[in-house]
Design a protein around this ligand. Structure first.
Ligand code: CAP
Ligand code: MG
Length: 417
């Protein structure tokens, strides 16, 4: 028993994982210990082991729950390890539990200078406990009646501070100018200057007016982020109002709340948009934390219909490879789950549309905040410019050429290139 419980006892490079195992890929940098010792520490601490083998309480019958390092390779300034976790180790439909194992104590261990959970692969046996997206890309396109092109969204800016009436007016202008989608910003919830219920009522009124005037289906993604009970109250009032969408900050509400919201959504039948505010604390450092790919897979498994996944350009850090990995997590084979709609947002403006479509394709939602409301001609024309950039790119016409006959796009290109 003792031999098994040493850190090295959790490493077996001849081990072949069972099809039912949960597999984690870790990047790690040992701290004055061998890579085998460090990798064993990861597997031990995230499954059944601890720092000492002198456990009088350990039983031989529990050894089948031990995680095993079955691959260990040098990688950049550290190592890559693949760890197989017997599925019986986990409380299947409990994301907090799974992450308390494979993304818990191990990040604080002295044996490691850096550790990043790069990927996670769930066996279908576990995935079957989850709902996945209710709508997915196909049904969202049906709701908006937009068959091919990228969806165009905006975030009301300034991101916070407007009164509900002004918020609704900015939303109306964005919809009239051509946005399919208007969303709240991630830190706008139920502040004194813009109460949730009043914002919902006034902005939906603006939406109905814009739909009537444009003949186009419009969507409002109101932010229900809050303590769980209050979040559910808000989600229920969104459904009662006849609105089709909600948005939620997935990381600041937490995985447990997100699971609760998804279960409630069996009744509410709302499209769930996931904002990932705070993700950078986990994802940005390439040598430490948790990859956005892991967050995207878990979000899709729980049941997000739309998820922010980066842009490869603009103001956030991800490069195209990161973004493509995140899109794969949203759209790749995962049990029979529907595809989560990838959302590109962050420092975007009309001039970036050809890059986004060329590199990421049409099945994306392009959201511009400053890139619409910062247009010198105002929000309506800023939204017109965004749609013109999509129309030009869809027709294969360069923005420069298209701008010759479209002043709104011309203004955006003059301002931001
Ligand atoms: C974008 C945004 C988005 C972030 C999200 C903001 O506004 O509303 O929340 O881009 O980033 O608050 O910055 P702009 P990500 O269009 O004015 O930049 O999608 O990377 O999570
Ligand atoms: Mg924002």
């Amino acid at each position: 028993m003792k031999r098994h419980m040493t850190y090295e006892g959790f490493v077996d490079l001849k081990h072949r994982p069972s099809r039912k195992d949960l597999i984690c890929d870790f990047y790690f940098e040992p701290n004055k210990v061998s890579s085998k010792h460090a990798a064993g520490a990861i597997a031990a601490e995230s499954s059944i082991g601890t720092w000492t083998t002198d456990l009088s309480t350990a039983k031989s019958y529990m050894l089948n729950l031990a995680a095993t390092v079955y691959s260990l390779k040098k990688h950049k300034s550290g190592f890559m390890a693949k760890v197989a976790y017997p599925h019986e180790l986990f409380d299947y439909d409990n994301v907090p539990d799974i992450l308390s194992s494979v993304a818990g104590n191990i990040f604080g261990m002295k044996e490691l200078n850096n550790l990043k959970l790069m990927d996670i692969t769930f066996h279908n046996k576990v995935l079957r406990y989850y709902r996945g997206p209710r709508f997915g890309i196909k049904k969202i396109r049906k709701i908006l009646d937009v068959k091919e092109r990228p969806l165009v969204g905006t975030i009301i800016k300034p991101k916070i501070g407007l009164h509900s009436k002004d918020h609704a007016k900015v939303a109306y202008d964005a919809w009239i100018g051509g946005c399919d989608i208007v969303k709240d910003d991630e830190n706008l919830t139920d502040q004194m200057f813009n109460r949730f219920d009043k914002r919902l009522r006034l902005t939906l009124k603006a939406k109905r007016k814009a739909e009537k005037e444009t003949g186009e289906k419009k969507v409002y993604m109101i932010n229900v982020t809050a303590e769980t009970k209050e979040m559910l109250r808000k989600a229920r009032s969104v459904a009662d109002s006849g609105n089709e969408y909600l948005m939620v900050d997935i990381l600041t509400v937490g995985w447990s709340s997100l699971q609760t919201l998804r279960y409630e959504n069996d009744k509410l039948k709302l499209v769930m948009h996931g904002h990932r505010a705070m993700h950078g604390a986990l994802t940005k450092n390439p040598r430490h934390g948790i990859s956005m790919k892991v967050i995207a897979k878990i979000s899709r498994m729980i049941g997000l219909d739309q998820l922010h996944i980066g842009t490869g350009i603009g103001k956030m850090y991800e490069d195209l490879e990161d973004v493509r990995d995140n899109i794969e997590a949203c759209k790749g084979k995962m049990l029979n789950f529907k595809k989560t709609f990838p959302v590109c947002s962050g420092g975007l403006h009309p001039g970036y549309v050809p890059f986004l479509v060329k590199n990421l394709g049409n099945d994306i939602i392009i959201q511009m905040g400053g890139g619409i409301h910062g247009n010198k001609l105002g929000t309506v024309k800023g939204a017109v410019a965004a749609r013109q950039a999509i129309d030009a790119t869809t027709k294969g016409i360069s923005l420069k050429e298209y701008a010759k006959k479209h002043i709104e796009l011309k203004t955006a290109l003059e301002q931001w290139g």
